[in-house]
Write a protein that binds this ligand. Structure first.
Ligand SMILES: *[C@@H]1O[C@H](CO)[C@@H](O)[C@H](O)[C@H]1NC(C)=O
Ligand SMILES: *[C@@H]1O[C@H](CO)[C@@H](O)[C@H](O)[C@H]1NC(C)=O
Ligand SMILES: *[C@@H]1O[C@H](CO)[C@@H](O)[C@H](O)[C@H]1NC(C)=O
Ligand SMILES: *[C@@H]1O[C@H](CO)[C@@H](O)[C@H](O)[C@H]1NC(C)=O
Ligand SMILES: *[C@@H]1O[C@H](CO)[C@@H](O)[C@H](O)[C@H]1NC(C)=O
Ligand SMILES: *[C@@H]1O[C@H](CO)[C@@H](O)[C@H](O)[C@H]1NC(C)=O
Ligand SMILES: *[C@@H]1O[C@H](CO)[C@@H](O)[C@H](O)[C@H]1NC(C)=O
Ligand SMILES: *[C@@H]1O[C@H](CO)[C@@H](O)[C@H](O)[C@H]1NC(C)=O
Ligand SMILES: *[C@@H]1O[C@H](CO)[C@@H](O)[C@H](O)[C@H]1NC(C)=O
Length: 548
């Protein structure tokens, strides 16, 4: 069996984007992301803002458990991720003491939590162990002997205590232990670092793209795929090992269409994921629509993750994202007017207007800001782990709000910004773009989907926002795996700078090992990475040696 990470994808075929009559749930005013956008309607509060929990004064111990992978196949090795972090927003009360004997007033610091993990269905003990207080990402293997492989998930609980047994903590999760399949693919999400891992297939990387999303032909009366021609096309994808993100944007709110379509395609070896809502938040689809589709898809086919794209900056994130294993963002900031709607002739602000990029500033950094926002919301949902985030990069223009098509440099810059901000996959709207964009974005994409780049992206999470001195608007992130550190650098300036730029690394490095992309004149000294000058929109990716 071979495992292969998936990184880059291309959305294919053109669909006309546009807004329909929608509402803010209390009126029938045409709106997008809950904001009226026609100059005949007044501004109104969209609602649906993310509610951040209120921090408490006292520390709590926040225990969570997740399976290492979103699914296990019966022949896999099982393992759980256990986190026990000191938190001021979530968790159960924590006092830093464990008494020597019951009733005693002497004790030691409570620095290690003992725990047991159970299969709730059979009562079987799966793991008995301990973790340091305030640790994340501890892995514990377990046996599948108490699990009969099946399509439905199993409930799992963890019970933690202080060494004296006086303080206790619980959390739960569910796991899939699925029968192995003789045909078709199985796609696992690594819950530690967010990579998607497909089983038993090589990846077609000839053009630098390895997955594709075909937008259903909106011309058909029921906006479905023409089944016969898609079957032919998919035969060809199977030959090429080109993975498909199966697009159900027009079908996912109709249970019978979901059933029919999943039955048709679930055994395809190159199915990567189901893609349900295309901007459900922008369209203001019912808040339960994505989760209803998700639950149905999991029953019909738990072998594949479910993804969707969110377009709004802060509009019912909790509800819409509850229907996704993978959350895409699609902030398209290039060549827009972020404050005045060219399509509707109104201002755009927090309560009014549609400028093509919700609550954006109209700069490339809208892409990285949006990923930060989504990750921040997700981290503030109690009991939920992180979800992989993907960036859908603007590769279109000359329509609606977008006056021109991004240049190859702009596309590459947005790709780097997305990856620097922990995107675990990249897509484009829309392929084909211009010839230059197709070729050059594919070149950079290859860096992310082959070794050594992929090993960093799927082997850890980015350390975002490294301090940069000497030049304005430079974004840099680092990934540390073993004795190597990858650094991604993007200058968001549209002009060249000649002053020395210096990046503060999270740890000292001894030498540059390799330039994976861009300029090779960087030098490293301790924890400083420096270079004279940066070209407009320059993107560089380096690998550094950590030991000498
Ligand atoms: C819709 O807009 C109205 C008028 O501003 C507001 O009162 C209402 O709260 C909004 N609806 C939601 C769901 O926020
Ligand atoms: C608990 O107390 C010990 C000893 O003072 C200290 O080392 C440790 O950091 C404390 N842990 C927490 C989570 O406060
Ligand atoms: C817990 O760990 C975090 C992250 O490593 C650290 O910032 C924080 O100071 C730690 N808290 C305690 C009480 O040790
Ligand atoms: C759902 O799809 C089926 C099959 O295409 C169709 O017959 C039915 O009318 C649809 N239901 C709704 C509510 O649109
Ligand atoms: C897919 O595989 C399942 C289980 O092997 C089988 O029951 C079903 O008929 C297959 N569907 C198609 C369309 O081949
Ligand atoms: C989903 O929400 C809609 C309202 O937006 C409601 O009419 C419908 O009953 C809900 N469906 C379920 C299954 O909860
Ligand atoms: C946006 O449009 C307004 C109104 O036409 C104009 O004043 C402003 O300069 C435009 N901004 C950009 C960045 O094009
Ligand atoms: C947004 O613009 C509209 C129209 O000018 C205005 O009525 C509304 O108060 C503005 N909202 C905010 C939050 O500034
Ligand atoms: C880069 O790293 C590889 C793997 O550790 C090593 O074999 C090679 O010698 C290094 N090259 C340089 C120039 O440091």
């Amino acid at each position: 069996m071979r495992s292969q990470g998936i990184f880059q994808t291309a959305f294919a075929t053109l669909m006309t984007a546009g807004n329909v009559l929608a509402y803010n749930f209390s009126s029938t005013v045409p709106s997008w992301c809950g904001k009226p956008y026609m100059n005949t309607s007044p501004a109104s509060e969209p609602g649906g803002e993310f509610q951040f929990p209120t921090p408490q004064a006292d520390p709590m111990l926040y225990v969570t458990i997740e399976p290492q992978y979103s699914i296990f196949l019966e022949n896999d090795e099982g393992s759980f991720i256990v986190n026990a972090v000191i938190s001021h927003v979530f968790g159960q009360s924590y006092t830093n003491v464990s008494y020597d004997t019951p009733g005693s007033t002497t004790g030691s610091p409570f620095t290690t939590m003992d725990f047991e993990i159970y299969n709730e269905e059979t009562g079987s003990l799966l793991v008995s162990n301990s973790v340091p207080v305030n640790s994340t990402g501890s892995l514990f293997g377990f046996s599948f002997s108490s699990f009969n492989p099946r399509l439905a998930p199993y409930a799992i609980s963890i019970y933690g205590t202080s060494p004296d047994g006086q303080q206790s903590y619980t959390a739960s999760t569910s796991i899939y232990v699925l029968p192995t399949r003789s045909s078709g693919s199985a796609v696992k999400i690594d819950n530690l670092f967010g990579g998607c891992i497909t089983t038993n297939l090589d990846t077609y990387a000839g053009q630098g793209f390895n997955t594709i999303n075909i937008v259903p032909d909106g011309g058909l009366p029921d906006q479905s795929y023409p089944t016969a021609s898609l079957a032919q096309y998919w035969d060809r994808m199977d030959e090429l090992n080109l993975f498909n993100i199966y697009d159900m944007r027009f079908a996912f709110m109709n249970a019978s269409r979901i059933s029919t379509q999943v039955e048709l395609w679930k055994n395809r070896t190159t199915l990567l994921s189901y893609y349900t809502g295309d901007e459900p938040d922008g369209w203001q689809y019912p808040l339960n629509s994505t989760k209803l589709a998700y639950d149905q898809l999991k029953e019909l086919d738990p072998y594949h993750p479910v993804s969707l794209v969110l377009n709004c900056q802060n509009f019912y994130y909790t509800e819409y994202s509850s229907g996704a294993d993978i959350v895409f963002e699609d902030a398209y900031p290039v060549a827009i007017n972020a404050t005045w709607s060219v399509s509707w002739d109104t201002p755009c602000n927090l309560t009014y207007g549609d400028c093509g990029c919700d609550n954006c500033v109209g700069e490339l950094e809208d892409v990285s800001n949006r990923l930060d926002d989504i990750q921040h919301y997700q981290a503030n949902l109690e009991g939920q782990g992180s979800k992989p985030t993907w960036g859908v990069i603007q590769a279109f223009g000359e329509q609606d709000y977008w006056e021109s098509i991004p240049s190859p440099a702009e596309v590459e810059n947005m790709m780097m910004l997305a990856v620097n901000h922990n995107a675990k996959g990249i897509s484009y709207w829309i392929y084909p773009s211009t010839a230059e964009v197709n070729v050059e974005s594919g070149e950079l994409g290859k860096v992310f989907q082959t070794e050594p780049g992929l090993g960093f992206l799927f082997g850890t999470n980015a350390i975002k926002g490294l301090q940069v001195a000497g030049e304005p608007l430079v974004d840099a992130s680092a990934w540390i795996v073993g004795e190597k550190m990858m650094v991604g650098i993007a200058s968001e300036e549209y002009v060249d700078f000649s002053s020395t730029v210096s990046i503060t690394l999270p740890v000292a490095a001894s030498a540059i090992n390799e330039t994976l992309f861009g300029d090779s004149s960087w030098t490293v000294s301790g924890n400083k990475l420096s270079k004279a000058g940066l070209k407009a929109l320059e993107v560089d990716i380096l690998v550094l040696n950590l030991s000498s």
